[in-house]
Design a protein around this ligand. Structure first.
Ligand SMILES: C=C(O[C@@H]1C=C(C(=O)O)C=C[C@H]1O)C(=O)O
Length: 326
């Protein structure tokens, strides 16, 4: 989806872009519609204060169903052909109070400096917003940077505990395997598309509520490779899908009963000179009476249902705390 109007904030200002399509459309109609959109833009207004919400919460799957899925994925007969599946949960908050998505995004992004910040107005009262920590890829000319971001542990109560948890994460077999599944697939996919592929050391990324293992990957793209080729090949990475992709996605389609919607997709900017794209995790879909939050966790050999469920709780609680709940 390409929005009609894009607003990009950067240091020292903002850029507004207007997108026009001239393929199968009458040019004068397209220009008139674009003009109407520009005229409908309202002047900047102060954001409303976020009020604590009264809501009803429903999680899909339930903890019981989740445990059953994790047992299925970690069964040796399943692991032998599908070593990683990223399973997800949808948390629905039904509320009679309208929530201003931009007020939520503003509070969210102030505590997520190292993340992408995006919001898409889908309808007058509906938006998809998020602060994902994960880059699908960044391209400058022929130079590509991507990353394997997978493997999670909570933040510590103080600096010493936080460091101890980070060290535990880096040394943990199950989390290392989760990350390895991602970088191995990225390296395989990049091989026919690029040369001089280099991978950095595993290190820790610290977010407000969780820490992750990350490995950066750099490559020089062949001249024939376009964003279209990269987007046809890389997503969904095993950070949101699994390994091998097809059987992991088949498991997800068979078992997850909620729609992932815009969650676990791709969001960003593409141009001839450069591109910058994020994976849409840590996000919320807001409608007039419902907020949908999403969280996923990579399931591999050694994953325990209760621990993975707690990981989902931590990721969701991070967003709910912005709304004064959870
Ligand atoms: C799928 C999500 O996150 C992914 C899963 C992770 C994990 O299981 O350790 C960590 C980061 C992401 O790769 C999500 O947050 O929804």
């Amino acid at each position: 989806m390409l929005p009609r109007i894009e607003l990009k904030r950067h240091q020292g200002g903002a850029t507004l872009s207007l997108n026009l399509r001239f393929d199968d459309r009458c040019p004068s109609v397209e220009i008139a519609q674009a003009h109407a959109c520009l005229e409908a833009l309202a002047a900047e207004q102060p954001l409303p204060r976020l009020q604590p919400l009264v809501y009803q919460r429903e999680d899909r799957p339930s903890q019981q169903e989740w445990a059953a899925w994790v047992e299925l994925v970690t069964n040796p007969d399943h692991l032998v052909h599908t070593p990683k599946v990223v399973l997800s949960r949808e948390t629905r908050l039904t509320t009679p109070q309208p929530l201003n998505p931009w007020a939520l995004l503003s509070r969210w992004q102030s505590g997520a400096a190292a993340c992408f910040h995006f919001g898409v107005q889908l309808t007058p009262s509906g938006a998809f917003i998020g602060c994902p920590p994960e880059q699908l890829y960044k391209r400058e000319g022929r130079h590509l940077t991507t990353e394997a971001l997978a493997g999670t542990i909570r933040r510590g109560r103080d600096a010493a505990q936080d460091q101890a948890l980070a060290a535990e994460l880096l040394g943990d077999k199950k989390n290392t395997l989760e990350n390895q599944c991602v970088y191995q697939q990225l390296l395989t996919q990049l091989e026919p598309l690029s040369s001089q592929v280099q991978m950095g050391e595993a290190h820790i990324v610290k977010l407000r509520s969780v820490q992750h293992i990350r490995r950066l990957i750099h490559a020089e793209l062949h001249h024939s490779v376009t964003d279209h080729s990269l987007l046809s090949s890389l997503p969904p990475t095993p950070a949101v899908g699994g390994v091998p992709r097809e059987s992991a996605l088949a498991f997800i389609r068979q078992h997850e009963r909620h729609q992932r919607g815009w969650y676990s997709g791709v969001f960003g900017r593409i141009s001839h000179a450069s591109s910058d794209l994020a994976v849409t995790i840590r996000c919320a879909h807001i409608d007039s009476e419902m907020i949908r939050l999403y969280a996923g966790a990579g399931i591999v050999a050694g994953s325990q249902p209760d621990e993975e469920w707690r990981e989902l709780d931590t990721k969701i609680a991070d967003i709910m705390s912005l709304l004064g709940m959870g």
